[in-house]
Design a protein around this ligand. Structure first.
Ligand SMILES: CC(=O)N[C@H]1[C@H]([C@H](O)[C@H](O)CO)O[C@](O)(C(=O)O)C[C@@H]1O
Length: 312
């Protein structure tokens, strides 16, 4: 497949569907419906389910089904783009989730590489071929997070995804200028999604198509406005990025670095700081979550450091 035919228009600011978890550890589906409607009203570029922040690793198959059905029906009615995460560490369950996702006709389906015993490149190509067949024409985005068993370099991503034409994008962590140079050299034909708080840098570098974004966890509407500013005035957007990163470094990252909370716990903290919808900081057992009072304590700080994200 040539560079021009693989290029897919998927891009922009994608909001993560976070699960409202009740005190008894059940998913509150009524609140989930409200959350989807709020994200649709925020006019984000798209909504994606079942990322790490969507706790794909900690739900039953029946819950998986109900989450995707709810997202797809509401997005379809509103004309909102959506992506379904079929991600699962177990390849058999992942392929089954992927097959079931195709019925909803999402813009794309996200997969990871099977993640118990790390795959070789040959095994990864084999897996992506089988996933492409199961996806039945729906494009795939490979999610290779920094905590994956194998974190692939741009050259390795090209080796693994190149032979599988259904893979149109990748959701990966960025790094320094040398990484960006490698990404330009090897991954030009793919839509690359990088961490939300680096999106202005990724766009300035000519590499990022968008982000499945932690900034959208904090403020879906504000993250959308910030993304639009990147196309109008990249220097202004970079200046805001500096303050977003400063906020994350001083007030959010320490929960992981110093106290061992998971990335999903951080994303739910961001949503509770933003206070835009019915999502609390609660994660499903056995994962520990950050107390709601921490979020309340950071609301003013976030608004003082990055007012642009909260302007309506
Ligand atoms: C910093 C940031 O944006 N983190 C986001 C990451 C990255 O997009 C991904 O790891 C690629 O770097 O994806 C999530 O974990 C996810 O899929 O649920 C949401 C989280 O908010």
């Amino acid at each position: 497949m040539s560079m021009t035919t693989r290029r897919h228009p998927i891009a922009g600011n994608w909001a993560s569907l976070l699960l409202p978890i009740a005190e008894d550890d059940s998913i509150d589906f009524e609140k989930l419906g409200e959350e989807i409607d709020i994200l649709i009203a925020a006019k984000v570029d798209g909504i994606y389910s079942n990322g790490t922040a969507g706790e794909f690793h900690n739900q039953t198959e029946a819950e998986y089904e109900r989450i995707q059905e709810m997202l797809a029906s509401r997005c379809r009615a509103a004309g909102m783009a959506f992506v379904i995460g079929a991600c699962q560490p177990d390849p058999i369950i992942m392929l089954d989730r992927l097959r079931r996702a195709t019925a909803h006709k999402p813009l794309a389906i996200q997969v990871i590489l099977p993640d118990w015993w790390p795959l070789t490149n040959l095994e990864a190509v084999d897996f992506l071929h089988r996933a492409s067949e199961a996806a039945d024409g729906i494009p795939l985005v490979l999610y290779n997070p920094p905590h994956a068993k194998r974190v692939l370099s741009p050259a390795e991503l090209s080796d693994v995804c190149g032979p599988c034409p259904s893979v149109v994008g990748m959701k990966i962590a960025d790094s320094d200028d040398a990484w960006y140079a490698q990404a330009r050299a090897y991954l030009g034909e793919f839509s690359l999604f990088i961490p939300g708080h680096h999106l202005a840098t990724g766009i300035k570098q000519g590499v990022a198509a968008g982000a499945f974004s932690n900034v959208a966890c904090l403020s879906p509407h504000g993250a959308q406005a910030w993304k639009e500013l990147m196309h109008a005035d990249i220097d202004a957007a970079l200046e805001i990025e500096g303050r977003i990163c400063a906020f994350m470094d001083s007030h959010v990252v320490p929960f992981r670095r110093d106290h061992g909370y998971s990335n999903a716990a951080l994303d739910k903290l961001l949503a509770a700081i933003g206070n835009w919808g019915p999502v609390s900081t609660r994660l499903r057992w056995p994962y520990r979550f950050i107390g709601e009072q921490e979020a309340k304590g950071l609301r003013e700080r976030a608004r003082a450091m990055i007012p642009e994200l909260f302007a309506q």
